[in-house]
Design a protein around this ligand. Structure first.
Ligand code: SAH
Ligand code: SF4
Length: 338
């Protein structure tokens, strides 16, 4: 039994070829799935009943179930989605009222092996990779449920996308071609898997690469992110330079601000020096509390001061708005709680 959601037109054509009908049927099925968001083959009313029966024998539309849906007071919606093997991931839809953008924050893995000390997802350990179809189904599910069209996708849910890169790249290609979401409206966020950053550079990726740096020196980063023991900040630095050179694209540096740990004037100075020769914007993320650690969110004053220092160093800086914190949908709070 094949799942149709997430397949490219060519892949659907393979199915219609096997059923001995024209390629035009594939185009119709493709439209029903991507433009009309149907969930049942019987809703594809421009296909003959006979053909629908044949199709139902070999394929179904979706494999995913909405297990829990929570709506935050700021309009953010968090879904807990379940796959047929019982594993769950979270997907978040964020709307910013002043803009027409609807951003889906998708998961790329169940759990995560990187195990950063501040992140709730890492606490679960790594369970499995998601297939490209499972990544795409997250966005299709949101569109079906809300009747809205997602305009941006960020890989900032559960998992490390660069450790599941083949599926992530395939999903991005399909977002691009089948959802008409431009490359620049797709963002990959990584904890810093150096060889894969170089691979993306060689592919001349035109989507946005966001790096979770979170520290201004090796010791602090190692404390926050064990991955620093494998790929340290020096190696990262040269990979980032290589990426910018190859793609011409500006990188987004994500920097988690934790009170008294990496939010000091000295940290800001070190960070400015580290990023001096890297074309980047900085996104400051005030820490969102999760269970089981005693990190604290800095005061607004400390956040603004850090922002000022980075701007003074010539960088464009944004402070990430916290979305959906009342439903644990903010960054780092996702962990597939059931
Ligand atoms: N694994 C990838 C993408 C998923 S995490 C990565 O780490 O980049 C998405 C973002 O949320 C990352 O920048 C991550 O560092 C951040 N994050 C994790 N835990 C957080 C927390 N408790 N508060 C705020 N941001 C957090
Ligand atoms: Fe994994 Fe990203 Fe969480 Fe680190 S922050 S544990 S890389 S999901």
């Amino acid at each position: 039994m094949k799942t149709l959601s997430g397949l490219s037109l060519q892949e659907i054509e393979k199915i219609t070829d096997e059923l001995g009908v024209t390629k035009f049927r594939a185009r119709q099925i493709h439209n029903w799935i991507y433009l009309k968001s149907v969930t049942e083959i019987d809703e594809m009313t421009d296909l003959s009943i006979k053909f629908r029966e044949e199709l139902k024998k070999v394929a179904k539309i979706t494999d995913i179930k909405i297990k829990v849906k929570q709506v935050s007071s700021d309009g953010t919606i968090k879904y807990l989605l379940e796959f047929p093997d019982g594993e769950c991931v979270e997907t978040v839809l964020m709307r910013f009222d002043n803009r027409a953008n609807l951003t889906a924050c998708v998961s790329s893995q169940v759990g995560c092996a990187v195990n950063c000390s501040f992140c709730a997802t890492g606490k679960r350990g790594f369970i499995r990779n998601l297939s490209y179809q499972e990544i795409i189904e997250q966005v299709l599910t949101i569109q079906r449920d809300t009747g809205l069209k997602v305009t941006n996708v960020v890989f900032m849910g559960q998992g490390e996308p660069l450790l599941n890169l083949d599926n992530v790249l395939k999903a991005m290609e399909i977002f691009n071609e089948n959802f008409q979401i431009g490359a620049r409206r797709l963002t990959l966020s990584t904890s810093g898997i150096v060889p894969q950053i170089r691979r993306l550079a060689d592919l001349d990726m035109q989507s946005t690469l966001a790096l979770s740096l979170h520290a201004s020196n090796h010791d602090t980063r190692l404390k926050l992110m064990p991955i620093e023991g494998k790929y340290n900040m020096d190696e990262l630095h040269s990979a980032l330079k290589y990426y910018v050179e190859k793609t011409g694209r500006r990188i987004t540096i994500e920097y988690l601000l934790i009170k008294d740990l990496n939010d000091t004037v000295e940290s800001a100075k070190q960070l400015a020096a580290y990023l001096k020769d890297i074309k980047c914007n900085i996104n400051l993320i005030p820490y969102n509390p999760t269970e089981k650690n005693d990190y604290k969110r800095p005061s607004n004053n400390a956040i603004m001061k850090f922002k000022y220092l980075m701007e003074h160093a010539g960088k464009k800086v944004t402070v990430r708005l916290e979305r959906g914190a009342d439903i644990d949908a903010a960054c780092g709070q996702l962990r597939g709680k059931v």
